[in-house]
Ligand binder design. Structure first.
Ligand code: ADP
Ligand code: MG
Length: 693
């Protein structure tokens, strides 16, 4: 149950004074539907109206609050001319200027012969002191109400400052005093105030410095948000872990057999990753581990060895890939090794024939099939396992959290290994997943040569094609990628088909075409022909971005490289340089290049290090966009800025870890206070994992 004290904050914004249905709809669009949402809508600037000079001393460009006599209204003859109100004090005169001013309204606001206090930005125009549309005009008696520092809020169309200021002030007023949920020692060390005071201060800046993310009021609120998020993630994970996992230990027999049939040695990081996973699997707790590694670093093999541990222990394992193509690819890599070890493995996709599918389902249900690779067909209702111990999910950012969960739910306390080729910067990783266990593959397999990456203007396409001709005459295999823009699939398709025709004319019988509209069987046939060398050039859309593995391919041509993001370019380039031969990547771009595109191409020329590329991508694009907040599960932060509140994030992670260790059900006094924090940030899902009390 949400604590009673929070109830006023969870009322609709229209419950605030002065916010009716019309303003309410706008405020909802701006900040969110509830009063608590307005609390998190912090000022973006301040205006200091305490500057109150004589008219003659007012300087152009500064905000001033002036006390003046109203002298004369000059009503314009035409609409194009401004309405002018001349005012003065003992030192000089000032002209208040209104465009489209209404006479009746302005005469009431500024009655000739009376004194008014006006506040706004001063301009000096042709030697005259002027103020266009003053922000405030009030009688002398109300002077103190505007002679202050005013918070300025971000707005949305149709809203003005005043109602938003009033609404946020009223919301801040409603903030109740709450028991402190922060660790006492940490709170003392930071020198922060209590939560209610911090809210009030954050909404009442007195100088521009108060808007800094490092300001104590803002920092405290940012920490609270991070703590709520880290604690919520940790609680859910703790809850899942303690749902009685089982220890899975193997004797190494099948792994040895599979390794013996490999033509190469494991890299040091592959060996380490497998050891980490084996260790996790051997514990009673459930595993949730991320296997992170650049394209071509050998994640699939690590996953297979992890799966074999389960088979050694008499259980089953499943691997889910985001696309049919990728599932088949994984199956092709894994199946021979598994079979060499005497393990039965099946492929399950949406395209299997009825009979084959029935056999696979039967084998999984009775346990005679030990490993399965598939698409999301794996999570369908009719799929049952005799004893699923491990779920491997590849390229996780393409799956929703639900699909991941669905596969885990096919067994009892299933261990989870998530593989991703997107090297996620540490900060984002922590924010998105909390204290997640990570294995990293940091080196490429031995014998790989650096990829020679070049950028070439599209005008030189003819030369490029000539060069390609020489390469394929010498036996090279070439990917030729055309971009895909979702809004115009038809045009894109036409583009690849056009390129396919042109290259086919030039190199008859040597060119294949691959795109998302092709039937599975067609695609497969084309891939096979390219893979075994009957085709030399594969013209494709980005369907080949993920996972396609033809080690003999050594040339990657990317047309309109300027239209791709860094991560995507890196993924595409990773399709070559997978064998021991030297590879080339040609990035063809249309001129003129924008600044960002130029920067991206330069980084591509400079480095092949996926982690470095991810960091640069973060700089170029910003956190939210990099991962896509929704898909990544990256929490939507309103108070914390991940690029700045790094240390607070680490502290929140540490604190959440301690809380879970000491008081996992949030029963203590501090625990109760933390429950309120979770509700405040709408992490009810996490509170629900707690035992009653
Ligand atoms: P990822 O999934 O990380 O992109 P893969 O697992 O598809 O990488 O591996 C890429 C290629 O490298 C595959 O052809 C695989 O067989 C090969 N490979 C994997 N590990 C090694 C290794 N230790 N030494 C040499 N080649 C390897
Ligand atoms: Mg892969």
């Amino acid at each position: 149950m949400r604590p009673q004290a929070l109830t006023p904050l969870f009322a609709h914004v229209t419950s605030l004074p002065g916010i009716g249905p019309r303003l309410g709809a706008l405020v909802e669009k701006l900040a969110g539907p509830l009063v608590v949402d307005l609390l998190w809508h912090l000022p973006s600037a301040v205006i200091d109206r305490r500057n109150a000079p004589d008219v003659a001393q007012a300087r152009g460009g500064e905000v001033a609050t002036l006390t003046v006599n109203v002298d004369e209204h000059i009503v314009p003859h035409s609409h194009r001319q401004p309405y002018k109100v001349w005012c003065s004090d003992e030192s000089g005169r000032i002209c208040l200027t209104y465009f489209n001013g209404r006479e009746d309204y302005l005469k009431k606001l500024l009655p000739p012969g009376e004194t008014r206090v006006v506040s706004g930005k001063v301009e000096i125009y042709q030697g005259e002191v002027q103020m266009t549309h003053p922000d405030h005009v009030v009688p002398l008696a109300e002077r103190p109400s505007i002679l202050r520092v005013e918070p300025v809020y971000g707005l949305t169309g149709g809203l003005t400052q005043k109602p938003v200021q009033k609404a946020t002030a009223a919301a801040a007023e409603r903030a109740p005093a709450l028991p402190e949920w922060q660790d006492a020692a940490y709170h003392r060390k930071q020198g922060w105030t209590d939560w209610k005071t911090a809210v009030a201060r954050a909404h009442a800046p007195t100088e521009p410095g108060d808007l800094s993310p490092a300001h104590p009021a803002r920092a405290r609120l940012a920490f609270d948000e991070l703590l709520a998020s880290q604690l919520a993630i940790a609680l859910v994970r703790h809850h899942n872990r303690t749902l009685a996992g089982h220890a899975t230990r193997g004797d190494g027999r099948l792994r040895q057999a599979a390794l013996a049939s490999l033509g190469f040695e494991l890299t040091a990081s592959q060996t380490r990753a497998i050891a980490e996973i084996a260790d996790d699997l051997g514990k009673e707790e459930r595993m949730v581990r991320l296997l992170q590694g650049d394209v071509g670093s050998g994640k699939t093999l690590v996953a297979l060895l992890a799966m074999l541990i389960c088979v050694e222990a008499g259980a089953q394992a499943a691997m889910m890939a985001p696309t049919e193509l990728l599932a088949r690819q994984h199956f092709a890599t894994i199946a021979p090794l598994a079979e060499a070890a005497g393990v039965r493995i099946a492929l399950l996709t949406g395209r299997d024939g009825q009979r084959a599918k029935k056999q696979t389902l039967q084998g999984l249900a009775d346990g005679t099939i030990q490993l399965v690779v598939g698409t999301h067909a794996l999570v369908q209702e009719d799929v049952e396992f005799a004893d699923l111990a491990l779920a491997v999910v590849d390229e996780q950012h393409r799956f929703g959290v639900h699909q991941r969960m669905a596969l885990s739910s096919k067994g009892h306390a299933v261990d989870l290994l998530v593989m991703t080729a997107t090297p996620i910067p540490r900060t984002l990783m922590l924010a998105a997943y909390g204290d997640l266990d990570v294995s990293k593959l940091t080196e490429k397999p031995k014998g790989r040569q650096p990829i020679d990456t070049r950028t070439i203007p599209l005008e030189r396409l003819g030369e490029v094609a000539q060069g390609i001709g020489r390469q394929i005459a010498a036996g090279a295999r070439v990917y030729w990628v055309c971009p895909l823009i979702e809004e115009s699939e038809e045009i894109d398709l036409a583009n690849v088909q056009e390129r396919f025709r042109l290259l086919s004319d030039r190199f008859p019988g040597k060119v294949g075409l691959l795109h998302g509209r092709l039937k599975g069987a067609e695609r497969e046939a084309t891939m096979a022909a390219f893979s075994d060398g009957r085709l030399s050039i594969l013209v494709a859309t980005t369907v080949i971005e993920v996972g396609v593995d033809v080690p003999a391919a050594t040339v990657m041509v990317i047309e309109h490289a300027e239209r791709f993001g860094l991560a995507q370019l890196h993924q595409l380039r990773g399709r070559v340089g997978r064998g021991s031969a030297k590879s080339t990547c040609l990035l063809l771009y249309a001129q003129p290049l924008g600044e960002t595109a130029k920067a991206r191409l330069a980084i591509m020329r400079e480095t092949e290090d996926g982690f470095r590329i991810a960091e640069e991508d973060l700089k170029l694009r910003g956190a939210g966009e990099l991962l896509g907040t929704r898909q990544s599960g990256l929490p939507d932060m309103r108070l914390a800025d991940l690029a700045i509140h790094n240390e607070l994030l680490e502290a929140a992670r540490d604190d959440a870890r301690l809380v879970i260790a000491r008081d996992p059900d949030l029963q203590s006094e501090r625990g109760q206070a933390l429950r309120a924090l979770l509700y405040l940030f709408r992490r009810d899902d996490a509170v629900r994992t707690l035992r009653a009390g």
